[in-house]
Write a protein that binds this ligand. Structure first.
Ligand code: 5GP
Ligand code: ZN
Length: 114
């Protein structure tokens, strides 16, 4: 999709520090990290949000969540704990309309979130 920064990253047109790749997903460092580990996992295919990704119903969401866990393992936070967040819609602060999982860890994470 033109005009989508994460489609640009998936295509290699927008630079990003890649962490992991799988056939249908890509993980890279968030440009503005909110924790010592802050990695985004995206589907290569454009979906506007989590619900769209889930409703595609072809295992893509499963692959993305499995990759989020692999990212946590690679970054050394799988044992200490980590959070996977899909901000959806304006009140949740979704700024990029291409579905993405935030993988956050490396420090205690407050609950409830702000
Ligand atoms: P959202 O607020 O939509 O849940 O999260 C979007 C995230 O994407 C933010 O944490 C923001 O820092 C990150 N982000 C936005 N543009 C870019 C970019 O061009 N490159 C990278 N690596 N991260 C980005
Ligand atoms: Zn996109």
């Amino acid at each position: 999709m033109t005009d989508c920064v994460f489609c640009g990253i998936a295509a290699g047109d927008v630079p990003a520090t890649r962490v992991l790749e799988s056939p249908r997903t890509l993980a890279f460092h968030d440009i503005s990290p909110k924790a010592p580990v802050h990695v985004l996992v995206i589907p290569r295919e454009h979906h506007p949000d989590l619900a769209s990704l889930a409703m595609a119903g072809d295992g893509l969401l499963d692959e993305l969540v499995a990759q989020a866990h692999l990212v946590a393992s690679e970054k050394g936070v799988a044992e200490t704990g980590y959070r996977v967040v899909f901000n959806t819609g304006p009140q949740a602060g979704q700024a990029v309309q291409h579905a993405h999982a935030h993988v956050l860890g490396g420090r205690p994470l407050a609950w409830p979130p702000g």
